[in-house]
Design a protein around this ligand. Structure first.
Ligand code: BG6
Length: 483
């Protein structure tokens, strides 16, 4: 828990960047408005540009004005605790200057949360300099570090980054962020599964036919082409967000919400994933992607991928998990759909040609957050069956209670020392192992080729075939509607 009397400093490296501007400072300000930050805190930006404190504070005016509960007095109060320390990420002496500046505003014992919001090529510099300047030493308060994604670009670089981190910090001080874990609806997967008794008994191979995890985006790579072209959808989305969703859906019940207990269960899922057949993968690129500024001509970077995998354990043996994600798709939708098996025998008459829609549980992560349960009903006045949905929508169920931003929850958890919603070293390693395997498989001559898909579609036909050949089909996003 946060000790109310102690000073807490939140130091953001890469403070002039987009993330600080769009997410971090607005999230901290919201926490402040909600009275959830400790009473004594400072937010210190560290970056190269020569801002004064006032100029730095002014950078956030637009973003905080756009917040639904913006309050001028609160902002004046909050921004008075926002500071700027100019420095070059690679220059050691600038970290000494930062240290002196921190001593000056903290005036005594203080806890410090460091946030690596720089581009990843600076992580080594920042970590080495933090360590060299003695900024990580827990002599007069705790020291923690939040590391943004991408966490490495493959298994080897992730491991090297972990080594650099551990030269400065112990694992208990490290918070690797995956903002999907901060989403309320993602945390709700655990609440839904384990705070109810009626779903868990059917949450296994005896009742589940297959699981689909979709994270579709309607936006294209936009101005992030420079980063994205070197990453592609496997590194950008699968290594982190999709595999995290998978592990929450598939994990065994943890005995407590304690960070390591929870993460142990996720690790068991990741380590039980059967080697993926490269022929159970699809990679694709949206039309026109190579013409994007910042993308290499003839780029082979996939902006879409779909795959089938299995988890070799008692709960999930031989249940296919289909995962897909892509950019420039028909609409933004993130959904986990659990399709249950068909009833073993149907005794009722149905109009010829009518087929049964098996029970389906859809967890809509975003947008229109909620849960749908599909079941068959008798059509009035006819012997036929017809599917209907039981629906829960956050916006109706919780009315004006807004869903907090992922970064609010995660920043607060890091300040409180709760790492449950952050990824551990071994989770990262196992995720990269899977992603590396697929990426290197795609290099082989027998690998499925890179396909194309039209912008605004649901992806390439080959992804439909992946399911069709198993007698299945993709859902059309949350709620299953394609409007
Ligand atoms: C980021 C990826 O981690 O997640 C982006 O780098 C992607 O490419 C984003 O657009 C999606 O996040 P959200 O919260 O909008 O689903």
């Amino acid at each position: 828990m946060i000790n109310g009397s102690q000073t807490n400093s939140i130091i953001i490296f890469g403070a002039s960047g987009d993330l600080t501007h769009r997410k971090l400072v607005p999230a901290l300000f919201r926490l402040f408005v909600l009275n959830r930050l400790p009473p004594n805190f400072h937010v210190i930006g560290f970056a190269r540009r020569p801002y004064t404190h006032e100029e730095f504070r002014a950078l956030f005016t637009d973003a905080v004005h756009a917040l639904p509960d913006y309050d001028e007095t609160a902002w004046a109060d909050f921004s008075g605790r926002v500071w700027y320390s100019r420095g070059d990420l690679g220059t050691r002496i600038d970290y000494d200057t930062l240290q002196s500046f921190l001593y000056g505003i903290e005036r005594g014992q203080a806890n410090r949360l460091y946030y690596l919001a720089t581009s990843p090529e600076y992580y080594d510099d920042v970590l080495n300099n933090i360590s060299g300047a003695g900024l990580a030493a827990e002599e007069d308060g705790w020291r923690r570090v939040i590391v943004e994604k991408p966490f490495g670009k493959d298994r080897a670089s992730a491991s090297a980054l972990n080594t650099t981190i551990h030269n400065a910090f112990d694992e208990h001080q490290v918070y690797r962020i995956d903002h999907y874990l901060g989403k309320e609806t993602v945390q709700n997967i655990l609440y839904f599964r384990f705070a109810n008794t009626i779903f868990e008994p059917v949450w296994n191979r005896n009742y589940v036919d297959h699981v689909q995890i979709t994270v579709a985006e309607d936006v294209d790579v936009g101005h992030r082409a420079g980063y994205y072209d070197g990453a592609g959808v496997m590194r950008d989305m699968f290594q982190n967000h999709l595999l995290q969703l998978l592990s929450l859906v598939a994990m065994e019940p943890p005995v407590s919400f304690d960070a390591d207990t929870l993460r142990n269960e996720k690790v068991k899922v990741l380590s039980a994933i059967r080697t993926v057949s490269i022929h159970d993968t699809v990679r694709a690129q949206y039309d026109g992607y190579p013409e994007t500024t910042g993308v290499a001509p003839n780029s082979m970077t996939p902006t879409y991928a779909a795959l089938k995998l299995y988890i070799d354990n008692w709960r999930w043996q031989d249940v296919p998990f289909y995962l897909r994600s892509g950019k420039a798709l028909k609409r933004k939708t993130s959904e986990i759909a659990i399709q249950f098996r068909r009833p073993p025998h149907l005794f009722m008459n149905m109009t010829r040609g009518k087929t049964l829609d098996p029970n389906l549980l859809s967890m809509c992560i975003q947008p229109d957050e909620g849960i749908h349960l599909r079941f068959e009903t008798k059509m009035p006045g006819a012997p036929d069956i017809h599917p209907m949905d039981m629906e829960f929508h956050y916006r109706e169920g919780y009315k004006e209670t807004a869903l907090p931003e992922a970064y609010e929850r995660l920043l607060l958890d890091a300040l409180q020392g709760d790492a449950a919603l952050f990824t551990r070293e071994d989770e990262i390693d196992l995720s990269w192992k899977l992603v590396d395997y697929i990426l290197s498989g795609w290099e082989s001559p027998s690998a499925p080729p890179l396909c194309l898909y039209p912008r605004g579609s649901w992806g390439p036909q080959e992804a439909d075939i992946l399911l069709f050949q198993d007698g299945r089909g993709w859902r059309l996003g949350c709620g299953g509607h394609d409007e």
